[in-house]
Design a protein around this ligand. Structure first.
Ligand code: NAD
Length: 423
């Protein structure tokens, strides 16, 4: 992966090597993780409603299948690159291993700004992308899910396209589907709920209470808004939030339910915070929540938000990573030097893939679990991953990101040895 020097992927390799070094693993034991097993690049014409045609490109990367079929979301993002998709696919490998799920890691991306698309253009795009990746996906091969700018409706179209192709109804080809198509209760809230749960867990370890804790959230999408909602409901004071348009700040705490109602009032599309009435709130920049005078920041927008220079401006004691890869390698090192606790993405945002796994299991068995059953199982798995990471961090006197990587790496290396792949 030489062309990916100085990239997010090479950052991830540095984290991997740090974890492997602490575990005393020689490179020959983890070299199967250095590059993705398979990278697919696709391109296809998309006809817009006005008749003009554009060639759209997309990706699907399958990083590792050592622990099971590939699993990972697909995002629609105009800045999507193969480096980004490869990094996110590798993160999925470690995330699934850390949560003890029988999955490998994958990720997909389509280079498009979906805000440009009508509903019918979005459906066409989804169907053609699905058709292009069909040779490498399958309910026992690679299972997709929503990610940035994709949602349950997009998953519904993928189910339909894949089922037409195979000639049989196959809801288990994706997770994060609408409930009516076999989606799991609790899936939509799972990632944000998990972020809330781990914020609570880590505060508890440091002898702090959630009630009264000051929090700021960058990115009020599915994950950020859900986490903010639970935190607010449990007594945390959410003083700053943002989306791509701007941020909102109120030192005594924002009215989170009202803000979420505003976001949902866009008729199917999220309504921007720039349109939120300014009474009683101060408008700030989209990135400013990361530097707010709070106890906890939750980056929940996208990757590479905190590099070493930004890390100097973080005022919080805890960084709870809800987005994938929001802190670079150098950013993490700079935060750790300042004694800031970094709760890593592969631990904090695993709620989504855990409930995705539950959805897949329910689909395969043609069963459906109650929301309470889903929630209880989710809490159990997240608490176990947290405890395994916390304990290893103490045992090796290291930080939570390195420890999370170490837990995942130990499981991957053990499975790889037992499978005896190519050795
Ligand atoms: P989403 O599309 O629902 O929301 C993204 C939010 O971030 C939106 O509010 C958007 O306006 C905002 N945003 C985008 N760029 C921004 C910027 N530069 N500054 C401030 N805000 C910005 O996406 P999501 O599903 O909530 O995912 C958010 C992150 O969480 C992504 O990194 C995703 O990979 C990760 N994640 C999501 C899930 C899931 O279940 N949805 C699971 C694991 C990880």
């Amino acid at each position: 992966m030489s062309e990916q020097n100085n990239s997010a992927y090479s950052d991830l390799l540095r984290m991997l090597e740090k974890a492997a070094h602490l575990l005393g693993l020689p490179k020959t034991e983890y070299d199967f993780l250095l590059e993705p097993e398979r990278e697919l690049k696709v391109a296809f014409p998309l006809t817009f409603d006005d008749g003009h045609v554009e060639i759209i490109s997309g990706y699907r990367t399958q990083h590792s299948s050592v622990l099971g079929p590939f699993k990972g979301g697909v995002r629609y993002f105009e800045g999507a690159t193969s480096d980004e998709v490869n990094t996110l696919a590798a993160l999925m490998t470690y995330k699934c291993a850390l949560s003890n799920l029988p999955y490998g890691g994958a990720k997909g991306g389509v280079r498009i700004d979906p805000r440009r698309l009508s509903r019918s253009e979005l459906e066409r795009l989804t169907r053609i992308y699905t058709e292009r990746v069909i040779p490498i996906i399958g309910p026992q091969k690679d299972i997709m899910a929503p990610d940035m700018n994709t949602n349950s409706q997009v998953m519904g179209w993928i189910v339909d396209e894949y089922s037409r192709f195979t000639g049989q109804y196959c809801p288990e080809i994706v997770t994060g589907k609408p409930i009516e198509l076999g989606g799991s209760l609790g899936r939509v809230q799972a990632t944000g709920f998990g972020v809330f749960r781990l914020t609570r867990n880590v505060l508890e370890k440091y002898g702090r209470e959630l009630r009264g804790t000051r929090v700021a959230v960058q990115g009020m999408g599915n994950v950020g808004a859900t986490a903010a909602q639970y935190l607010h409901a449990e007594g945390a004071v959410v003083v700053a939030v943002s989306d791509i348009s701007c941020g909102l700040y109120c030192s005594s705490g924002l009215n989170i339910p009202e803000i979420i109602e505003h976001i949902h009032s866009g008729g199917g599309r999220p309504r921007l915070l720039a349109d939120y009435p300014a009474d009683g709130v101060i408008r700030i920049g989209a990135k400013d929540p990361l530097f707010a005078d709070v106890d906890v920041i939750i980056p929940a927008a996208m990757e590479n938000q905190i590099d070493a220079p930004e890390a100097q401006n973080v005022q919080a004691k805890f960084v709870v990573e809800a987005a994938n890869g929001p802190t670079t390698y150098d950013g993490t090192e700079a935060l750790l030097k300042r004694d800031i606790v970094v709760m890593p993405d592969i631990l904090c945002n695993a709620g989504g893939v855990i409930v995705s796994y539950f959805e897949w299991v329910q689909n395969l068995q043609r069963l459906s679990w109650s929301e309470t059953e889903v929630r209880d199982r989710l809490m159990g798995m997240m608490d176990s991953a947290f405890a395994a990471t916390w304990d290893l961090a103490r045992e090796y006197s290291t930080d939570m990101r390195t420890a999370a990587m170490m837990v995942a790496l130990k499981r991957l290396v053990a499975a790889n040895k037992l499978r005896g792949m190519y050795r």
